[in-house]
Design a protein. Structure first.
Length: 148
C-alpha cells in the first residue's frame, strides 16, 4: 500500500472518532482512539514508517483510555436526571406562608427559595404558617406537601 494513503486513512479515522465522541457526549470511549489516530496522522504526515504509526496509535489509545475511563465513570455517577418545570420541586423543602388544610377560606401557599407556590396537604390536614414542609408531588398547579 502506498505510504501516502496512510496519511488520509489516519486523518479520516481521527475525524470519525472525534465526531463519534461528540455524538455520544460524556462517554469518553471514542476520544482516546481519536487521540491515537491524531498522533498516527502526525507521524504519517512526517513520513514515519507504518509500524511506528501503528505502535503510536495503540500506545496513545490505550494510555488515553486508561486515563479517561475513571473520569467518565466519575462524571456518569454524578449525573442525575434533569428536573424541569414543576417536577423540579419534588423533594424540595419549603416554609408555609399561608395556613394549609381543610376548612380554610383561602388557599394555602408555601415558599421554596424565592418562589411562592399554591399548596395543599395530602390528607387536607392543617399545617400552620411557618412550618417547614416537603413537596411530595405536584397536582395541577399546586404542590402537595407534608410537614417535616
Amino acid at each position: 500500500m502506498d505510504p501516502e494513503i496512510w496519511q488520509w486513512i489516519w486523518l479520516a479515522a481521527t475525524g470519525v472518532f472525534v465526531l463519534g465522541e461528540l455524538a455520544m457526549a460524556g462517554s469518553f470511549f471514542l476520544l482516546p482512539f481519536g487521540a491515537g489516530t491524531a498522533v498516527a496522522t502526525v507521524l504519517a504526515f512526517s513520513n514515519a514508517n507504518e509500524s511506528l504509526q501503528w505502535v503510536a496509535f495503540v500506545v496513545v489509545s490505550v494510555v488515553s483510555l486508561a486515563a479517561l475511563r475513571p473520569l467518565a465513570r466519575k462524571l456518569n455517577a454524578q449525573e442525575q436526571p434533569a428536573k424541569v418545570g414543576s417536577t423540579r420541586l419534588i423533594g424540595e423543602i419549603g416554609v408555609v406562608t399561608k395556613d394549609l388544610g381543610a376548612n380554610l377560606t383561602e388557599n394555602g401557599s408555601i415558599q421554596i427559595g424565592r418562589e411562592e407556590w399554591p399548596a395543599e396537604t395530602k390528607d387536607m390536614e392543617h399545617i400552620p404558617t411557618g412550618t417547614r414542609v416537603k413537596v411530595i408531588h405536584i397536582e395541577g398547579t399546586r404542590v402537595v406537601v407534608e410537614a417535616i
